[in-house]
Ligand binder design. Structure first.
Ligand SMILES: [Zn+2]
Length: 626
């Protein structure tokens, strides 16, 4: 949206002095080149991949800097979380020492900025309010977690979100306490960032709350060390449009920012609603700004998935992962989902909006992440369940975990291990990872490191067999996240590779969405399947023959594929039709974490969640915008 500001400057020439700053254009792919002085210094040791490499990360991580995590007893701060992300063994808040089997390539630590003031005051023994009853209660809560959440989640739904009356009677005290926490967040990331080896993005979480413990949350990620002076949070703004306006205004080049909405499944449909949470209308400028900042959505994490839900605008049986809430039955109802809770429907609404307004505010790529509150980025292995490993000492404590309840999210057993974010980037540096996210050359997984390539354009049907396949795909097509410029019917090329530590691949699906008048449509094709299955006339394959022995969690998935690849053409492609296409890669079934956990502890698995899960990955869409 800097481009808009530049236009405004041109119009106002003579009234305001302003430099025409080159900027990212929300409407099309790659950002224009930055001015000389802001280009990252060329580091000879950084390996570059001209056809881009898959890097895996976690963009949603909480540590002791988050009030809720601190209240849970988490005293493990960002520096240890960075060590964990880079593959070191770290003692987690449960007392268990844990380590990733494979280090992450990148991460962002995204603590709740709304609590920076309280954590700053109550963890600084030299602060005048350190001994206050509020700080005593923060450090040694007598209140139960349920009571804490009930209090916070009912009181904090006003926008701007109220600050602690006891600590912030003098507002400056809280503003002054929050700033060093934001600075420490930045310094920790700077300390662990290693261009070419590991990318530590600077970020935080914006945590807006609505009635019924509902969430309008976004993670805020910066391209480099030039960040906003203040972590603009829900204590500062009156609604979503106000947040994006302030963020955009505060982040001037060389600061660059993007935001990632998450837990839209907990928004009661407000996340992608046509109006803001207070009912106010979005202006065209609001929509354009949103298109330029909300670049991706987090489709999966511990508190469920937000791609689609059977019976809520979607019919396909694979919209079955991480469903937490039932459909809403009435207006104003909460603790339920609407079509505007889900990314697939938002993509459709975005197309419809683009035809009526100037911008598509829901042109969203897809990633997964964990939303861990245990300072353990990327800890998604269902077998390791280190979050609850301490509870496996006795069948009694194991049963308590399976029966227990997350104070805000409901039964623990219904939550998942969380997902990961994948990007195709030319190098593992802050700028390259951010740019891949920005252009949406990104994908999400429900926990494994399966890789997905997705291109569309003037591609030969045998592209997958060619030595120059990637060179050709980039030259003659667009990758995930991009726009199909040509009206010629495109050939789609899909490729996926298994995570060797996870289940084999079952199939690759293409999901298309389009709008005709007021009617929203989507269609799903199985494009290529493993085990010799071929899609039938209905575009679907038979179910996978792979099985899991749930007593031992041994997989019999040798019939699945380590790699799948195919080209595909849309039999109903219309050059003047505004549409999106994205890929979903299905793994063969494996034990759900609850089954691993119950088997390990020698207790029966819970009977109200599935024994197995079909993990998966999602590409960002490719759009045809006539
Ligand atoms: Zn979070």
């Amino acid at each position: 949206m800097k481009r808009l500001r530049w236009l405004a400057c041109v119009l106002a020439v003579g009234l305001v002095a302003c430099e025409p700053t080159p900027s990212r254009d929300a409407a099309n792919g790659d950002p224009p080149a930055l001015p000389e002085e802001t280009l990252p210094a060329e580091t000879p040791s950084v390996e570059r991949f001209p056809h881009r490499e898959a890097f895996f990360g976690d963009l949603h991580v909480h540590t002791s800097f988050s009030t809720d995590a601190f209240f849970y007893g988490n005293r493990v701060g960002p520096r240890d979380a960075w060590r964990f992300a880079r593959g070191e063994a770290v003692r987690l808040p449960t007392g268990i020492v844990a380590q990733l089997a494979v280090p992450l390539d990148f991460a962002a630590i995204t603590d709740h900025a709304e609590g920076f003031d309280r954590i700053g005051i109550c963890t600084d023994p030299d602060h005048a309010l350190y001994g206050s009853p509020t700080c005593e209660e923060t450090r040694n809560p007598k209140e139960t977690l349920d009571a804490f959440f009930a209090r916070v989640l009912t009181r904090a739904i006003e926008w701007p979100r109220p600050r602690s009356p006891a600590l912030c009677a003098d507002l400056d005290v809280c503003v002054d306490a929050a700033r060093p926490m934001w600075r420490r967040t930045q310094l920790a990331a700077d300390e662990f960032d290693r261009p070419g080896e590991f990318t530590a993005l600077i970020g935080y979480e914006f945590t807006g709350l609505v009635t019924g413990a509902g969430m309008l949350h976004r993670n805020v990620l910066f391209r480099n060390a030039h960040v906003t002076e203040h972590a603009i949070s829900a204590v500062d703004v009156v609604n979503q449009a106000d947040f994006l306006r302030r963020l955009d205004a505060a982040c001037e080049l060389p600061c660059e920012v993007l935001t990632i909405p998450h837990n839209t499944n907990y928004s009661w449909g407000l996340a992608f609603a046509p109006t803001d949470l207070d009912g106010s209308e979005y202006t065209d400028a609001d929509l354009e700004r949103r298109a330029g900042i909300d670049r991706l959505a987090e489709v999966t994490q511990r508190k469920g998935s937000s791609e689609c839900q059977i019976g809520v605008g979607a019919a396909d049986e694979d919209c079955d992962l991480g469903l937490i809430f039932p459909p809403c039955a009435a207006d104003g109802e909460t603790r339920c989902v609407r079509e505007t809770s889900f990314v697939r429907d938002a993509l459709l609404d975005g197309i419809a909006l683009k035809s009526q307004r100037r911008a598509n505010p829901f042109k969203l790529g897809m990633i997964g992440s964990t939303d861990t509150h245990q300072s353990d980025p990327g800890n998604t292995d269902a077998r390791r369940h280190s979050r609850f490993a301490h509870a496996m000492e006795s069948p009694e404590s194991a049963r308590e975990v399976l029966a227990g309840t997350h104070p805000a999210a409901g039964p623990w057993r219904r939550l998942s291990e969380g997902g990961l974010a994948g990007v195709w980037a030319e190098a593992n540096t802050r700028e390259d990872i951010f740019d891949a996210l920005w252009r949406r050359e990104a994908f999400g997984t429900s926990g494994s490191r399966l890789r997905i390539r997705f291109f569309a354009g003037d591609l030969p049907a045998d592209i997958g067999a060619r030595d120059d396949a990637l060179e050709m795909a980039y030259a003659r097509g667009v990758p995930m996240g991009g726009d199909l410029e040509s009206a010629a019917p495109p050939t789609f090329w899909v490729w996926a590779a298994q995570d060797p530590a996870a289940a084999t691949l079952d199939r690759i699906q293409v999901i298309k969405g389009w709008v005709e008048g007021d009617a929203h449509h989507h269609r799903l094709w199985d494009v290529v399947c493993s085990a010799g299955r071929v899609p039938g006339e209905d575009g679907r394959c038979l179910p996978s023959p792979a099985t899991v022995d749930t007593a031992t969690c041994d997989r019999h998935d040798g019939v699945g594929a380590a790699e799948l690849e195919a080209t595909f053409t849309d039999p109903a492609f219309q050059p003047d039709q505004h549409a999106f296409y994205y890929v979903r890669v299905m793994e063969n079934p494996s034990c759900r974490w609850t089954t691993w956990f119950a088997n390990g502890a020698g207790v029966p698995p819970p009977d109200d969640v599935p024994l197995t899960v079909r993990n998966r990955g999602w590409s960002s869409p490719i759009w045809r915008e006539p």
